[in-house]
Design a protein around this ligand. Structure first.
Ligand code: ADP
Length: 469
């Protein structure tokens, strides 16, 4: 398991990369030093050889002994050879029997006035920088002088450099290991926390929250997990609330149905009128149940996003006129005045006709339901960019502090009030959702005992305007 950790995998990758870079770097530095030293030593040997030849050329009096002393002093071996290969002078630590480095081609070059340089390793493994130059007498090349400078000193220095490189490489490697380990820990700790949190969320522990404050991708992932937990928690709570509301709402009509049908079935009434009253209650409660089931069905479809709206170009004033006509009778039964007023240059809206009628009817039915006397006024007002629909009543009104909640599911002002009027508490939440799904907005203002005013706005698109007033 440990080996599958992201920190471990990342550490391995970083360390491997680091090692590769380190090895290449070390190799390059070693090459650089070796080449530099070799070039310097070769140059030095050539310069020394020049000194020797100048010495031999300049004075006839330079004795072999002086050359030998100078060679000893310079820590080099010298060999002076005639054209026929005969060695006329040899000094230094180099074994005089070993002359494998003297090649005929080099000798030819030297006797034609050129200089030669080479690197030579003797049979016992000792390395030498060799430089060969001509010695002349009165302008005539008489012999070739080879100077051999041991590479031992250079190899000792190089091995010192290599040891230093190795030590700093090991140090850098250990440092990188430490830093990588820390980074891996820092990176993987929040990931492990998130893994634990999501597992807890999966088993329903939705109260869990992550406390990761970083502003990077890890921080935003933690925020997303917190949001998810919060949403799920809210969803669970509202679902529980919804279930208890639904069962409560169903229980009440069912209890009425059960009770009154038993009364009728067992003939527990005294007059026919009484029986009729009970049957009316049964009918009303059955209707209410039907209404509730329809509303719940609509709500469920909307919440799942499964409601399919059929958008078309609509004449809103036609729809409103139609709806007003439908509720006219109800208003008359309660002695309420119902008026409709359309103003402005009419235009078409882009909406679902059936749903739009449902919205208008719902507002009109609420207005009639919660108004005992007075009037219900409906206005359709067209402006250049929007159309406003107003449904205003002189009814019982809604207390100001309750206004923000009336669009919530099952929310009822004064709890028993709408039941007494036959409502389900779902109407306005469905109205709001339907309006928003069609791109509109709804607003409510109300004064207790004075009346309520609902306003709906829809945007008019210029290309939909129609030349009708
Ligand atoms: P219901 O189906 O119970 O009427 P709604 O969602 O349509 O449920 O309305 C929510 C609550 O808002 C109602 O219980 C009612 O108290 C209040 N309400 C809605 N419309 C009006 C209105 N025109 N006048 C006064 N109160 C209203």
């Amino acid at each position: 398991m440990r080996h599958n950790r992201i920190g471990f995998k990342m550490g391995i990758v970083i360390i491997t990369l680091f090692l590769i870079v380190l090895v290449f770097l070390g190799f390059a530095i070693d090459r650089m030093f070796t080449n530099f030293y070799s070039a310097e030593m070769q140059k030095e040997t050539e310069e020394l050889t020049s000194h020797f030849t100048v010495m031999a050329n300049a004075t006839e009096t330079t004795s072999e002994q002086t050359m030998k002393t100078f060679a000893e002093f310079s820590n080099v071996s010298i060999i002076n050879i005639l054209k026929n290969g005969k060695v006329i002078l040899h000094s230094g630590t180099h074994d005089s029997a070993d002359n494998a480095f003297i090649r005929t081609s080099d000798l030819q070059k030297i006797f034609s006035g050129e200089k030669v340089s080479l690197l030579y390793k003797d049979p016992s493994g000792n390395g030498y920088f060799v430089s060969g130059q001509p010695i002349s007498d009165n302008g005539k090349i008489t012999s070739a002088l080879y100077v051999m400078s041991s590479t031992e000193q250079m190899e000792r220095s190089l091995s010192g450099v290599r040891n230093l490189l190795l030590l700093s490489g090991i140090g850098a490697f250990l440092l990188a290991m430490g830093i990588t380990w820390i980074i891996a820990m820092v990176l993987s700790r929040p990931l492990l926390q998130m893994e634990k949190a999501t597992r807890k969320i999966a088993i329903g522990e939705l109260e869990i929250r992550l406390d990761i404050k970083s502003k990077d991708e890890i921080g935003s992932l933690a925020d997303a997990i917190n949001d998810l937990a919060m949403d799920l928690q809210r969803y669970r709570d509202t679902r529980q609330e919804l279930f208890s509301n639904i069962s409560h709402e169903l229980r009440t009509p069912i209890t009425y149905l059960e009770g009154y049908s038993k009364v009728v079935k067992d003939h527990l009434y005294e007059t026919e009128d009484e029986k009729e009253r009970y049957l009316d209650i049964i009918y009303e409660e059955a209707l209410r149940l039907q209404h509730l089931v329809d509303d719940l069905f609509d709500l469920a479809k909307m919440e799942e996003g499964k409601i399919s709206l059929v958008f078309e170009r609509l004449d809103l004033s036609d729809l409103v006129e139609h709806a007003v006509r439908k509720v006219e009778l109800k208003a008359k039964e309660k002695n309420l005045r119902l008026s409709l007023d359309i103003s402005g240059k009419a235009a078409l809206v882009h909406a679902d006709g059936k749903r739009m009628e449902q919205i208008i009817l719902n507002l009109l039915e609420n207005a009639i339901r919660y108004t005992e006397h007075g009037s219900i006024d409906v206005h359709v007002m067209y402006a250049s960019t929007k159309v406003t629909l107003v449904v205003e009543d002189t009814g019982i009104g809604i207390p100001e502090e309750e206004l923000p909640y009336i669009f919530e599911r099952f929310y009822r002002v004064e709890k028993s009030r709408s039941r007494q009027f036959g409502g389900t508490g779902l109407g306005l939440s469905i109205v709001k959702m339907l309006i928003e799904l069609q791109g509109g907005t709804i607003k409510v203002t109300s004064r207790l005992k004075e009346g309520t005013r609902f306003e709906i706005y829809f945007v008019l698109h210029p290309e939909m305007e129609e030349g009708r007033v």
